[in-house]
Design a protein around this ligand. Structure first.
Ligand code: UDP
Ligand code: MN
Length: 346
């Protein structure tokens, strides 16, 4: 049976429609799937901050969020650290280092311009970036409602780059990279650069997650918005008054930024009260791997004088016990042998 030309045309049209439909699906799938993704992101460009990332990860998981957790790692990070973070639930994403163009800067900022790579995470619709020296103490999923760029303004009327919400864009990232060597950075790090890049940030309106989607959608998305300090409460702020100068119950993110003092350095808990909160979470991730990190990072070395003192006192008490007691010949024999060898006994 011959098909009429109209039927043929109809058939061709149907085939074209089907092919076109699948073509669109095939083409669109990666874009749609990826552009709906949202993630918490942090940065690690050396093993020194790995414990920070572990504790941050645990704090995020404790908020029961469903968002992904991504850690951007550069070449300086060991395979040991990467494995550990993967086991903790982080998506470990290798990236190349973005050189810091500034000669004058704190030593630890040698790789910090790499943070700008969050603006290039175009697989994601939105990312909430958190420094490795932060912890989340209350769910912050509402930050994903932020428009294009959100950060908190600090005492100095400058944005702090420890907590940021970013809508990734290759165009934006390329523009930033093209300006890395020419824009001034007052910190010698990414934060100073971003303050010059986002000029006028201090006049940005405050981000309000309570505003309904209809109201938000009816207005043009602002280029930048300010976050409440609840999303980036730094320990420096606490030190000013020996208490949080915001509603403590509403605190969301604590940022341990006070120069090089970091919560994984054991002595900081003597100086900074908020370190207690960090250490409670650290205890919950305390395992052989954490102790391995302490040893690798030389965390025990500052304790050495204290350890020597305790050992000295122990030897003194033991010597006294052995000299004047006949109760434990077996215990003291070994000690006498040790002492005789070094000519201090008998
Ligand atoms: N960072 C890192 N290794 C380092 C120093 C910094 O991975 O040796 C990363 C880490 O995510 C850290 C961020 O860069 O949180 C910014 O550094 P830092 O938090 O020390 O800056 P601050 O908040 O004190 O200005
Ligand atoms: Mn920080």
């Amino acid at each position: 049976m011959k098909l009429s030309s109209i039927s043929k045309l109809g058939l061709v049209l149907i085939v074209l429609l089907i092919v076109n439909k699948y073509y669109v699906v095939i083409e669109a799938a990666p874009v749609t799937a990826s552009s709906n993704k949202e993630a918490y992101v942090t940065l690690l460009y050396g093993d020194e901050f790995v414990l920070g990332v572990r504790v941050l990860g645990k704090s995020i998981r404790d908020t029961k969020t469903s968002r992904e957790m991504v850690v951007l790692v550069s070449d300086g990070v060991s395979a040991y650290a990467k494995k550990l973070l993967q086991a903790d639930g982080w998506i470990v994403t290798p990236i190349s280092l973005l050189q810091n163009p500034n000669q004058v800067r704190p030593t630890r900022f040698w790789g910090v311009y790499t943070k700008l790579k969050i603006f290039n995470m175009t697989d994601y619709k939105k990312v909430v970036y958190l420094d490795a020296d932060t912890i989340v103490v209350k769910n912050i999923d509402d930050l994903f409602k932020c428009g294009k760029f959100c950060a908190n303004l600090k005492h100095s009327e400058r944005l702090n780059s420890g907590v940021m919400v970013v809508e990734p864009s290759a165009e934006l990232f390329n523009d930033m990279v093209s300006k890395v060597t020419t824009l001034y950075s007052y910190t010698g790090g990414d934060q100073g650069f971003l303050n010059t890049y986002y000029a006028g940030f201090e006049s940005a309106r405050v981000f309000n997650p309570e505003i309904s989607a209809e109201v938000v959608n009816s207005k043009p998305v602002p280029e930048m918005e300010r976050l409440s300090t609840l999303y980036n409460a730094d320990v420096g702020l606490y030190m000013l008054a020996n208490k949080w100068m915001v509603d403590e119950k509403e605190l969301r993110v604590i940022h341990y930024t006070l120069g090089p003092l970091k919560p994984w350095d054991w002595w900081t808990s003597w100086l900074l009260k908020p370190v207690d909160v960090w250490q409670v979470i650290e205890t919950s991730v305390l395992d052989a791997a954490t102790i391995g990190i302490w040893l690798r990072n030389g965390r025990f070395w500052p304790l050495l004088p204290l350890q020597c003192l305790v050992f000295g006192m122990y030897s003194f008490v033991f010597k006294y016990f052995c000299d004047y007691s006949s109760l434990s010949p077996y215990l003291c024999d070994g000690f006498r042998g040790y002492s005789l060898k070094y000519g201090q006994h008998g």
